[in-house]
Design a protein around this ligand. Sequence first.
Ligand code: FNR
Length: 439
Amino acid sequence: MTQEQTRAQEAPPQDLPSGERSHGRVRQSGIYLAGLAGGRPSVPVEWSALEAAAGAALPAASFGYLAGGAGQGHTMTANAAALERWRIVPRMMRGSATRDLRTELLGHTYPSPLLLAPLGALECAHPQADLAVARAAAAAGVPYVFSSQASVDMETCAEAMGDAPRMFQLYWSSDDDLTRSFVQRAEGVGARAIVLTLDTTLLGWRPRDLDQGYLPFMRGQGMAQYLSDPVFRSHLNEAGSPEPGSSAAPPTPTPALLDAMQALGAKGKHHGLSLAQMLAAVARFSATFARPDLNWDDLSRLREWTRLPILLKGILHPDDAREAVQRGADALIVSNHGGRQIDGSLGALDALPGVIEAAGGLPVLFDSGIRGGADIFKALALGARAVLLGRPYAYGLTLAGEAGVREVIANVLAELDLTLALAGVPRVQDLHPGVLARA
Ligand code: FNR
């Protein structure tokens, strides 16, 4: 343990700001008081109930896309197990009446160590999709990372957020001009950083989606950044390049296919595109999404394209962390994409300490498996600067749109606040590995 950590453990802080962030009790008593009158939270607080309620509310294909993982789901299990293996060791009598969740990241101070992760194709969850999430994030002051696969374009979301903080997550297309256009647009909408996702140069093998024959992008869903992009649109009058495997005969025009075409046509209308252009858009996206040859030199190029801080999402190995530092990354995100890319990968939290050690002081963020405030406490105690919330807010969105996302954010932060109080560490910045024990 460092001297600083020892000091933090021995001496409860006396200098908490008057604007304390102790919302946990307020949230808790609000729910119990409403309960007296028979009220129950419309968005379940308990994780498995939240997931089950979202599952019951959605068609199987949509829920499968949100909840599913790669292969047999072993990586998702590993994410939960990695968190479970650490236990919180509470300290008593430390005067934790007020808490301070404020977190500094890349020159900005945020009210809490929480960000909303980029989630593609959120129209699977709710028709307002990213727009509802953007509004909820802005209301909570929680930074929202816009996805490359968003269902609402970044300009519309940014406008709805006012000055509230946002970042842009980049999937590096095999069309460099498009990638560069995304980066320029992100700068234009006031993104505070580019989050380059490294782990999805190809789509993982996802049995739940395969068994439903369902990939949102084939239906034009989750493509708003592309359909609104001048570079992407400039290609839509060309004949689409054939996808691998697409030499098969065209599908029979079943009622399902006609429905899909109708939906594609309606989406095209929204973007001022004909059905033929939408078909070209889907073909072009399918042909250019994959970038299996992405390599470290690309990061150096991205560095030249933008002055925005670059966060690398998907780092799990210390050597990759070292390379990222050398190549000028500004922060890293330890993540295995919520277990959606490789089955049998290590639990993300198991990778966190090694990456932090190799990152040489660069901020390291964390996602994959965060379900509540105690999980956040553990990740921060192991050295993460902040965490990204994924599926839980997608389920809140499913159940109650913008209000549902707000509920989930409030619940997660309330639990973090109460956990800090009960564990005797009132400031998130004072968390350190000594507050945890290996199970
Ligand atoms: C994702 N994730 C993701 N990541 C990314 O960089 N760009 C994206 O477009 C998406 N899309 C996406 C869709 C859905 C439905 C899910 C569940 C996840 C990964 C996401 O940012 C984050 O890493 C995981 O969600 C974290 O795992 P948990 O906590 O949700 O299990």
